[in-house]
Design a protein around this ligand. Structure first.
Ligand SMILES: CC(C)(COP(=O)(O)OP(=O)(O)OC[C@H]1O[C@@H](n2cnc3c(N)ncnc32)[C@H](O)[C@@H]1O)[C@@H](O)C(=O)NCCC(=O)NCCS
Ligand SMILES: Nc1ncnc2c1ncn2[C@@H]1O[C@H](COP(=O)(O)OP(=O)(O)OP(=O)(O)O)[C@@H](O)[C@H]1O
Length: 195
């Protein structure tokens, strides 16, 4: 049976970077943010509903994230409405991945894992974390990121301290080689205990 490791952490804490380390170690990674990207592409399963919710956010069958962010900033209910469209489609994509994977360990990178109380769907969880000031610096360095959007996303996420209390494993993402070493140790630990 495949060991399902849920990888999570708040915005900018290092989920994608850590997920890539699991990929480099040869393990399959399913990533919720990438699933959303597929849903927003031309032909993607969310495009028609998003067009109905926010007509300005779709052009040529493609969802514009920048326009969606403007709409979210203008309307406090927009993100909730968007989630109602996107989350069931993401859940279906994840179920398909789980049903198809044959690896001994699979990684599922899910930003809202604890917010949705889905920890019980995994054999273990790994929380990526970093000090709040480093998180803020990382996120605000991104092109197109605003303080308002950062605060909106942060307010929708469970505080890091609460996530720490729920996680099986925790890694601080302060140094790439230290995190890489941790990932290797964790894989060996899971294989030793669950093989
Ligand atoms: C708001 C959007 C357009 C911003 O797109 P953008 O490319 O700038 O950011 P990206 O998608 O890479 O998200 C960055 C990070 O923001 C956080 N985040 C994204 N969506 C949410 C949300 N609904 N609630 C809380 N945090 C969120 C996560 O930490 C995520 O990793 C986009 O995040 C979106 O469409 N969100 C709704 C879908 C969703 O809930 N996705 C979360 C995983 S299912
Ligand atoms: N282990 C690490 N050591 C040093 N820096 C790191 C580490 N992990 C991540 N970072 C830095 O933090 C930034 C944010 O990381 P990453 O994009 O992986 O976060 P994320 O949690 O996936 O973000 P989001 O929630 O927005 O999707 C990266 O650009 C990288 O510079």
């Amino acid at each position: 049976m495949t060991f399902r490791l849920g990888l999570t952490g708040s915005i900018g804490m290092g989920k994608s970077t850590t997920a890539a380390m699991f990929t480099d170690a040869g393990l399959p990674v399913w990533d919720a943010d990438s699933a959303v990207h597929r849903l927003y592409q031309p032909g993607g399963a969310a495009v028609a509903q998003i067009s109905a919710l926010c007509p300005a956010a779709t052009t040529n069958g493609n969802v514009s994230r920048e326009t969606l962010k403007v709409a979210i900033a203008a309307d406090p209910n927009m993100l909730t409405k968007l989630e109602a469209i996107v989350h069931p489609l993401v859940a279906a994509d994840r179920a398909k991945f789980i049903a198809q994977t044959t690896a001994d360990i699979a990684i599922l990178d899910i930003p809202l894992l604890f917010e949705k109380s889905s920890q019980h769907e995994f054999h273990a969880t790994l929380l990526v974390t970093a000090p709040a000031d480093l998180q803020r610096t990382r996120v605000l360095q991104r092109p197109g990121m605003t303080e308002q959007h950062f605060q909106t996303m942060l307010a929708r996420q469970m505080p890091d301290a609460e996530k720490r209390a729920l996680a099986t494993h925790i890694v601080e993402t302060l140094d790439l080689s230290a995190t890489q070493a941790y990932v290797k140790v964790l894989i060996a630990h899971i294989r030793a205990r669950h093989a």
